[in-house]
Ligand binder design. Sequence first.
Ligand code: ADP
Ligand code: MG
Length: 266
Amino acid sequence: MGLVIEAQNLTHNYPDGSTAIRDVTLSIEDGEQVAVIGANGSGKSTLQLVLGGLIAPSAGTVRYFEETENAEAVRDRVGVLLQDPNDYLFNTTIREDIEYGPAQLGIPQQAATQRVEELATDLCLHDLLDRPPFRLSGGEKQRAAIASVLAFEPEVLLLDEPFGAVDAHYRERIRKLVTNHKGTVVLFTPSLEHIPELAKRVILIGKDGSTVADGTVRDILTNKSLLAENGLRPPAMVQLFEGILDQGELPLTIEDARQYLLNERE
Ligand code: ADP
Ligand code: MG
């Protein structure tokens, strides 16, 4: 165990003077699954870029793996899936994009090829591997970008809206890959529907770019007024059962709701 990320008083101002994140302090422990939620424009992607070491904060510090700031540790051990897959795919073919990370880390060719094969199977990329990135659809690009982040098996995954463009079938496949990941996962998303299946802790970013809450998935996703104040709504199942269910825990997922209804029928 230990802390994989410790951010202290992070603020980031873009060159036009706008403040995207404001005095954010947070720690992520090894092996945690955390969702960072917030409305559009609340600063999730900016926070991801700062935590991923891709932009320097205007103020504040980030420590990784309980060491002092270490750019190499971040590059080798933290996988950053950017919100726009176009920022990720820059080689001549998708295969080269996916092999790029393992090659940078000096992973032997044979192991890298095997890893690419496995990911191509998991994400149905075989027919796309020899194509250039610009010949792919949005969802295909997103699958390829996820494969290229997972290819070098980073200990920490920072995933910005990994389901943005993919259909339900691939959402499920990506969900499985993420839940099977053996390290730490931080998911940045404005959609609360899939959080109960992917995270245990939720950090809520307010519209001004500051952290307004940090708690369990249940505490935050059932707090309708807190979510509303910050431009968000609870998952559909919570909205549906609120006011109907007068005792017990509100169901967070379809599966919770199904269990509740089956129990009621007995
Ligand atoms: P989110 O991912 O939560 O939607 P972002 O981190 O993308 O939020 O953006 C936070 C704020 O910073 C927004 O107000 C956005 O308009 C602004 N912003 C994002 N990128 C830039 C940029 N490159 N230059 C100036 N402002 C930006
Ligand atoms: Mg974003």
